[in-house]
Design a binder for this molecule. Sequence first.
Ligand code: 5GP
Length: 238
Amino acid sequence: MIKQEALYSGKAKTVYKTDDPEKLIMEFRNSLTAFDGKKKSEAPKKGYYNARISQTLFKLLEENGIKTHFNSMLSDTEMVVDAVEIVKIEVIVRNIAAGSLTKKYPFKTGEKLDPPIIIFDYKSDEFGDPMINDDMALAMGLATKAELAEIRKLSLKINSILIEYLAERNLLLPDFKLEFGRRKGKIVLADEISCDTCRFWDMTTGESLDKDVFRFDKGDLVAAYREVAKRIVPGIKL
Ligand code: 5GP
């Protein structure tokens, strides 16, 4: 496979074309941003830890019957993925109240949400990822009714699989963000599942082991990501 020009460069990842139109290369970079890009930094090995965490969780989900865009690792920070048409909806799954939910609504941080709450955001930097509902998604032509139902069903299944795997590693999953794509008429999981897109809390101490360490200056970001990688990725070289 031959890596070609960059197709898209986001805040933490760059996606490259390849000589195979069906395959892309997703590179996990060490850069990170928060608060709509207002806060920026670089963290050594962040791309490596996020790539390996994503790889492990995509494989876990595949083993449990969830179709993802993951193919293989090209290097420690580069993932070969299927080319998909991204659905412009960010799906947030919440199990424990944290973050924006506690700022905008009367939930207390740490409050258990049972059943989990699924939120759809319109994936748009221009509009600041506003929350939408099914009617808005349909009106904007983001997805069909059947696709929305499928995305909801898959998100709940992914949530259950991840909660169980993480609990065995003494981690709580308060919330996380998923993105889906269309491939050959089917909805598949795309993007990444990492410390940038999930909240991970140590089950014993409640300590944040995710991007909140950067967002809210809670300590050593690389140490937090390394700890998650150590618990999640079997045999990882730290
Ligand atoms: P919140 O709404 O509290 O800011 O985020 C909820 C969850 O979704 C967190 O785990 C957060 O990391 C993830 N999330 C929501 N929007 C984004 C986004 O635009 N980018 C990333 N990386 N994660 C997001």
